[in-house]
Design a protein around this ligand. Structure first.
Ligand code: FE
Length: 302
């Protein structure tokens, strides 16, 4: 086994999206090669309803898949195909936009005003960008959770892990999407197939992903925390990008650590990206925006 060294550690950046939603962007609209096949990760946790209730009103998508994982509160959604629904705590919505949908996503929070969720964008390969739109709605109880002897718990949204298989299937880039909790003080190794691009996004506790190997001078930003943690530890809202290897190792801090661990097969195709539409060429982008103007964007209405 070879441990994946840490390539880079950054903090999610405050970003204003939709109709005025205050969220934190872990990555997106930057160097797409570094995260290929993923494009963007938004963390829309917020305890102030004024900062999220305006939501993400009607907007188009083409050429990508969006994965919405809700941990507290709800997200109401509706789309151009007539689908309506609510994503609740622990639920996942995996939307393949394909040739195009127009939808809205409205975070509603829980009774105490808490909203907690993540949205990941995965790219579609060139030959599937114009595929028919598809939804996979997965309720919390359908997501397998495996607990190991040391107390490490893994919820498997997509992909196979420790002998369990997540409920989302048929995804072009064959991603693995895990929600991992490691108990206080534990050192844990987690397999990640060698050929995949992989990152972790920490959202509770703290830990160290690079004590076992890798350069010690990886630039690390630790912001917005008054906690005392070892200098190489990462905490809430840290994005850890891994280099190649076949396992990720984490040493959990005194309060444990919880993070998303995501990996996928790189597409290595050209990316032409404007707002919610991601294609391979500028011409395809222009065509998409012209179709939006002309009202011919939607290829599939059911
Ligand atoms: Fe959207």
């Amino acid at each position: 086994m070879s441990i994946r060294p840490v390539k880079r550690i950054t903090q999610a950046k405050p970003t204003l999206e939709g109709a005025g939603v205050h969220l934190r962007r872990a990555f997106g609209f930057g160097n797409t090669a570094e995260f290929d096949p993923f494009l963007l990760l938004d963390d829309f946790r917020n305890d102030n309803p004024d900062e999220y209730l305006s939501g993400f009103p009607w907007h188009p998508h083409r050429g990508i898949e969006t994965v919405t994982y809700v941990l507290a509160g709800t997200v109401e959604h509706g789309d151009s195909m007539g689908n309506r629904g609510v994503i609740g705590a622990g639920d996942v919505q995996w939307m393949t936009a394909g040739s195009g949908i127009i939808h809205q996503e409205m975070p509603r929070g829980d009774e105490a005003g808490h909203m907690h969720g993540f949205q990941l964008w995965a790219n579609l390969p060139a030959d599937r960008k114009m595929t028919a739109p598809r939804y996979q709605e997965i309720s919390a109880r359908e997501i397998p959770s495996v607990t190991d002897d040391d107390g490490t718990q893994v919820r498997i949204v997509c992909g196979s892990f420790w002998g369990a298989k997540g409920p989302v299937d048929g995804i072009a880039t064959d991603p693995t999407y895990l929600d991992v909790s490691v108990p206080p003080g534990r050192r844990r190794s987690l397999p990640v197939e060698t050929t995949r691009q992989s990152f972790a996004y920490v959202f509770a506790g703290s830990g160290d992903f690079r004590n076992a190997s890798g350069p010690l001078d990886v630039p690390t930003e630790i912001a917005g925390t008054s906690q005392t943690v070892p200098s190489s530890a990462v905490g809430n809202r840290s994005l850890v990008v891994f280099d190649r290897g076949d396992e990720v190792v984490v040493q959990a801090g005194p309060e444990g650590i919880r993070f998303l661990l995501v990996s996928g097969k790189p597409l290595e195709e050209p990316v032409a990206w404007q707002g919610p539409i991601v294609m391979n060429t500028r011409e395809q982008l222009q065509q998409a925006f012209q179709e939006l103007e002309k009202g011919t964007f939607l290829k599939s209405r059911e």
